[in-house]
Design a protein around this ligand. Structure first.
Ligand code: SAH
Length: 247
């Protein structure tokens, strides 16, 4: 069954009207028409079986026949705060993080970020779109939130929203991720976890001090230095394997 995305506000009175792009795809590319059935997900975790009623150019709407039960979301809600990196690295991170099962991506401007805040802000919409596309492709009905670019100071004021916060730091010698997860599991159920990954140049000592002071645990991923785009994805995979539904 073909899957399409429509945000919740497009569902009214038992019907859904698709956006321009999805409509174009349905009419012009797939040549679907009245009577054809499709799946439409709302990005908040719901997916519906829909029968197309109108398919004319950019106007496609249909009747919702039933909700299709989904079990695509991990019991752990994982937020990945990723230091703003050069070029389109964040695009890759957002796409892959969506497939792996991350719930939220928070781009963070840090002392060693090369990309400017304004440049990050300009790209936010594009990043959200990448999360939508990746959700569609991997069968997720929930679209991870990609927040607007923030700073470590602003983010650390939000640490209390999470059960735990881990900062990945290559200079941490004592606490490995394996041990940190065992430590957290021993303290009770972890439902919301935030992880922080630095940009290419890593975090400064002051930044690590700031977030540790705010309650984050510094954690190492082992003896090799991973690139910024590798580190977040590896960490998310390990965490969702251990505490989520990956693998
Ligand atoms: N400052 C370093 C490397 C930065 S790597 C340098 O330039 O040599 C980019 C980010 O990936 C780091 O900020 C960290 O969050 C994460 N990272 C990479 N390798 C890591 C490791 N072995 N342990 C923990 N974090 C790591």
């Amino acid at each position: 069954m073909r899957r399409f995305y429509a945000p919740p506000e497009r569902f009214t009175g038992g019907r859904v009207r698709l956006g321009d792009e999805e409509a174009h795809h349905i009419c012009r590319v797939l040549r679907l028409g009245p009577g054809d059935k499709i799946h439409v997900f709302d990005g908040l975790g719901h997916e519906y079986l829909v029968e197309i009623e109108i398919a004319a150019g950019r106007v496609v709407s249909g009747r919702v026949l039933a909700e299709v039960p989904q079990e695509k979301e991990a019991p752990l809600s994982l937020a990945l705060a990723q230091g703003l990196a050069k070029g389109d690295k964040l695009e890759l991170v957002i796409q892959k993080a969506t497939e792996i099962g991350v719930k939220e991506v928070i781009p963070v401007h840090t002392a060693r970020s090369v990309l400017k805040i304004s440049e990050g802000t300009r790209r936010t919409e594009r990043w959200q779109r990448i999360a939508r596309e990746a959700s569609k492709q991997c069968g997720r009905t929930f679209v991870p939130r990609v927040e607007s670019v923030t700073t470590l100071e602003a983010l650390s004021a939000r640490f209390k929203e999470f059960d735990a916060v881990l900062i990945f730091w290559e200079e941490e010698r004592a606490r490995r991720l394996r041990a940190a997860l065992a430590e957290l599991a021993g303290k009770g159920k972890v439902r919301r976890l935030l992880i922080l990954v630095g940009p290419e140049g890593g975090f400064t000592q002051e930044e690590v001090d700031l977030v540790v002071e705010a309650g984050a645990l510094p954690v190492t991923l082992g003896p090799r230095i991973l690139r910024t785009e590798t580190a977040g994805l590896v960490a998310a995979s390990i965490i969702l394997y251990e505490l989520g539904d990956l693998g």
